[in-house]
Design a protein around this ligand. Structure first.
Ligand code: AMP
Ligand code: FES
Ligand code: ZN
Ligand code: ZN
Length: 321
């Protein structure tokens, strides 16, 4: 297979785009495409300040690298979750993120969940869910809240995450199976700013996961290969496997599912239920929106764990998950 641009040996073949490129042209193509998506979906302008949420994984580090190469003003935010039993997932991802920022002279903010709430994520989840289930829901809630808090408090115009097409399509698939109209309405490359909430963008939402892996490897970005240990067996991984089988049979199926959804939504296929639109309250403690009057879920969680009597907490045994 030969590079479409120069005829040299291709480093990647992307049947879904009927395109093969050599290393050099692929590393040019990715930022060019990203710039095209940033403009197409009106994500942000040159003069705006961007906060990139970086997990230490290939997608968010690549996103930061791409925005830096494109000349955007992009600082990083790493949330230290304290998931460190077994493989030291958080410690290692923080090390790689700090290394990435230092190599490029980029500014990185670090938020430590244990310092903010009193406990690392596994303990926080254990305390609030009485040991049932995985910490992913609590973790998602804390991450969303903290990303938004830092973006707002430090005056960033926009918060960017590294979600790729495979992530977006897996979520879309789940929301479609359940016909969750409220979620379908809010899913997309841009979530506009609202009172108490920063604008959120996903500049990589049209890149296949495979393309992002290739980008990170070809750019020599050192990232954490392991998934979060709690992700094992998650529904989203099962959906991704299912969708990969579909993609193998029909190259381009994932992209077309996503793009057709965006088009249908733009044509007004989904309408916001009246009661959702009216239900905007601001949390009296942190100022972020809530669905009911009173403290938001994050502030309720923190006040509950801070007021609970100290006790011995057993860390979940990761091997059994
Ligand atoms: P995930 O929910 O783990 O698939 O991550 C989705 C996106 O959220 C990543 O691409 C990052 O932009 C962001 N993210 C995930 N974990 C962290 C973290 N610990 N700190 C900062 N950003 C994160
Ligand atoms: Fe939060 Fe896995 S990253 S539980
Ligand atoms: Zn080439
Ligand atoms: Zn709150």
């Amino acid at each position: 297979m030969k590079c479409r641009k120069c005829g040299a040996k291709a480093a990647i073949h992307m049947p879904q785009h009927r395109l093969a490129l050599c290393k050099e042209h692929f590393l040019e193509w990715v930022p060019e495409q990203t710039e095209r998506f940033i403009r197409k979906y009106n994500m942000f302008r040159r003069e705006e300040r961007i906060l990139v949420a970086v997990s230490g994984g290939k997608d968010s580090l690549s996103l930061w690298d791409i925005l830096w190469r494109l000349g955007y003003q992009a600082d990083g935010l790493y949330i230290a979750l304290g998931i460190d039993e077994g493989i030291r997932y958080s410690a290692e991802s923080q090390r790689l993120t700090e290394q990435f920022a230092a190599e490029r002279g980029l500014k990185l903010h670090i938020v430590d969940v244990e310092r903010e709430t009193g406990f690392p994520i596994p303990v926080l989840a254990r305390k609030t869910m009485r040991g049932q289930g995985k910490p992913c829901a609590v973790c998602g809630l804390v991450k969303r809240h903290e990303m938004n808090r830092i973006a707002r408090d430090l005056g960033y115009d926009v918060l960017a995450t590294g979600h790729n097409l495979d992530d977006e399509v897996a979520v879309l698939f789940g929301n479609t199976l359940n016909w969750s109209v409220e979620y379908l309405l809010r899913q997309g490359p841009v979530l506009p700013e609202e009172p108490g909430l920063a604008r959120k963008v996903k500049p990589l939402c049209r890149f296949y996961e495979r393309e992002m892996t290739a980008y990170a490897l070809l750019r020599g970005i050192e990232y954490i290969y392991e998934e979060c240990p709690f992700a094992v067996g998650s529904t989203s991984i099962a959906y991704k496997e299912l969708l990969n089988r579909l993609e193998n049979e029909r190259p381009g199926a994932k992209l077309s599912f996503y793009l057709s959804f965006l088009e249908a939504r733009q044509r007004g296929l989904f309408r916001e239920p009246q009661e959702v639109r009216q239900a905007l309250h601001l949390c009296p403690s942190c100022g972020q929106p809530t669905s009911a009057p009173g403290l938001c879920s994050f502030c309720r969680l923190v006040s509950r764990v801070k007021s609970s009597p100290s006790q011995t907490i057993t860390i979940p045994n990761l091997e059994n998950r």
